[in-house]
Design a protein around this ligand. Sequence first.
Ligand SMILES: Cc1cc2nc3c(=O)[nH]c(=O)nc-3n(C[C@H](O)[C@H](O)[C@H](O)COP(=O)(O)OP(=O)(O)OC[C@H]3O[C@@H](n4cnc5c(N)ncnc54)[C@H](O)[C@@H]3O)c2cc1C
Length: 372
Amino acid sequence: MYDAIVIGAGVMGSATAYYLAKAGARTLVLEQFSRGHTFGSSHGDNRIIRLIYEKQFYTELMKHAYAEWREAEKESGKDLLFTTGSVVIGQEGHEYLHDMGVSLDAAGVESEWWDQRQLADRFPQFRIEDGVDALWQKDTGFLYASACVLTYLQLAETHGAEVRENTPITEINWQGTHPQVIAKGERFQGKKVIVTAGAWTGQILSELNLPLTVTRQQVVYYRPTDASLFQRGKFPIFLDVTWDEVLYGFPVFGREGVKIARHGMGQPVSPDTCDRTPDPDYIEHLRSFLRERIPDAAGEALFAQVCLYTETPDEDFIIDTHPDCANLVLATGFSGHGFKFASLVGRMLSEMALEGTTGFDISPFQLARFEQ
Ligand SMILES: Cc1cc2nc3c(=O)[nH]c(=O)nc-3n(C[C@H](O)[C@H](O)[C@H](O)COP(=O)(O)OP(=O)(O)OC[C@H]3O[C@@H](n4cnc5c(N)ncnc54)[C@H](O)[C@@H]3O)c2cc1C
């Protein structure tokens, strides 16, 4: 019997397996595809990591998550987290920026408000009009996403975890003393089972009727006029809300071009039948934004990719124990902003599985909130 069986080797499951195995637990990871696949939510070159949040509890958790990412870098010898600083751009007094500023102040995190001139002095790549502000925060950066997943899996294996790829689980029998997982006709027993199955979690735990919506998201890379303007150190992470949507982008990393995307507003899909071909209209929409805001990045689209969000109604995560089975822990609904927390979520889930509880505050993530 395994001490813990982890279902799904996206960033959450991989990180969880690492903490479990490091704590000495006999750990099995079951992944339906091969490691590093591109059908879920954790693939690609980078994900934003930031302390900036409208809700202060996320900022507080992020302080721990940053430390855990650095620990993974130290143990693996790999560079995973790159600090670039960020600007959040929006109309003066915009609620999104205002709430972020308030939350950062309350959490004791340094930030600066810049006007049009100050932003132009620091990052002349942006064109902003009068009446638009920028909130600067120096600790923002990005995680080398696909490397994070592979690194956590490798570390987990180094600590003794067994990782089975191309092994879709079809059933969890949790009614007995110890949960049983069935995959490819084989039966695996674990003292604890941790479900980190991303967009597939609703299907796997169908008895819970989880309030999850899986949506299709797209990222696009555009050719800049001069790539040197968009290198790390020269260009920050940005989020922009001036177009009544959240648009964000990165310095050049991993492949040619400046990566831009829209946060959310994707169409609901099934993870099994989702169309993986990016939409020409979307690519053109982002390019028209670039022409206005960052004209030097508005060249031809070089590459585009589809990815999935698993959204909850309040966009807060679900991290909890199954209401009818204390031996089954689940973490899902990361709503397009969970990657940066994976280093901490892995630790939380491992503690919940091995000790029955975690010292971190997961009260905002309880399933019971949807019952009211
Ligand atoms: C375009 C895009 C941009 C994003 N940007 C950011 C960002 O900037 N910052 C940030 O913090 N977050 C961001 N996110 C969100 C973040 O990437 C996700 O929250 C995170 O990757 C979710 O990880 P996961 O492990 O829960 O899911 P997944 O990565 O989908 O992993 C779930 C795994 O479970 C496996 N699985 C499912 N069913 C089964 C089964 N039956 N048997 C075995 N295995 C199974 C799947 O194959 C998959 O590998 C973004 C997401 C997208 C799509």
